[in-house]
Design a protein around this ligand. Structure first.
Ligand SMILES: CC(C)(COP(=O)(O)OP(=O)(O)OC[C@H]1O[C@@H](n2cnc3c(N)ncnc32)[C@H](O)[C@@H]1OP(=O)(O)O)[C@@H](O)C(=O)NCCC(=O)NCCS
Length: 242
């Protein structure tokens, strides 16, 4: 068990306020936040600085998946933490990457795999064997049923239900309250019940992922690195996990 006393949050946002609260529950201090907006100097009583130089460990606290990915690329090799709210349920067999946050009352059932820099938001439920790629945001109260996969950089809007064994591609936006009953290729904006593609953001991505799907390929490949987790609740510190 390694100990950490602090974490720096990149992004002085509403989302950061929630992550700060989880850090507080784990007795981990947030000495400051970092934000590119030079006009923001304070958030919830914490100072906001405008350079991340020398600051570690870190979590990127920005809800937008593409911006989160850009900042991760900009920051390069760093130590990132994963934080889990004490009320979240996480089966022992769950694998999680670094820089990921899991909010209050989220559920991750056996053999779920969640990548790096993801947000599993308040009350979201990931059932058995669900795979979530890097930089995904599962918004509050989504239900992802067993065996489904959510591709890198995709945002599931609040309250979305994904039925079992569905593949949603990379960099998709799924509108709030959608019910996804068919696979969605990469790069689509889709919403509704049943969820339908409304706009194709990137035609090349759609063609590629349709080909992959027709060959029985998987849209979601996960790489796990050594990871550091602030463990549930009131224990101080975090652990290395497989
Ligand atoms: C899907 C979404 C991205 C579309 O945004 P948009 O492109 O700006 O769409 P608009 O608001 O211009 O709406 C366009 C049309 O789609 C409809 N629409 C928008 N979102 C919808 C949704 N989630 N489900 C069903 N219909 C939707 C609108 O009613 C509108 O219909 P109309 O043309 O008949 O009036 C957005 O509505 C959404 O659901 N965002 C998710 C928000 C969220 O979950 N946030 C979580 C924060 S943690």
């Amino acid at each position: 068990m390694e100990q950490t006393d602090k974490v720096h949050l990149y992004g002085a946002s509403g989302h950061a306020k929630v992550v700060m609260d989880i850090a507080r529950l784990a007795y981990v201090d947030v000495p400051c936040l970092i934000d590119d907006n030079q006009h923001v100097n304070e958030l919830a009583g914490k100072p906001v600085v405008h350079s991340a130089d020398g600051l570690s460990p870190m979590i990127i606290t920005i809800g937008d998946c593409q911006i989160r990915r850009e900042i991760a690329q900009k920051l390069g090799e760093r130590e990132f933490l994963t934080v889990i709210h004490p009320s979240a349920v996480k089966a022992d067999s769950v694998k999680m990457g670094y820089g990921t946050v899991v909010m209050a009352c989220a559920i991750m059932n056996p053999y779920v795999e969640v990548g790096n820099h993801c947000i599993i938001n308040t009350g979201a439920s990931l059932d058995h064997d669900v795979k979530v790629g890097d930089f995904v945001h599962i918004a509050p109260h989504c239900t992802v049923c067993g065996g489904s996969a959510i591709g890198e950089g995709t945002w599931l809007g609040a309250g979305t239900t994904v039925i079992q064994e569905i593949h949603i591609g990379k960099d998709c936006y799924i509108g709030a309250g959608s019910v996804v009953v068919k696979d969605i290729p990469d790069g689509c904006l889709a919403y509704g019940n049943p969820c339908r593609i409304v706009k194709i953001v990137n035609q090349d991505m759609v063609e590629n992922s349709r080909t992959q799907l027709s060959r029985g390929g998987k849209l979601c490949s996960l790489k796990f690195h050594s990871l550091k987790i602030i463990v549930y609740g009131r224990r101080r510190g975090y652990s290395y996990a497989a």
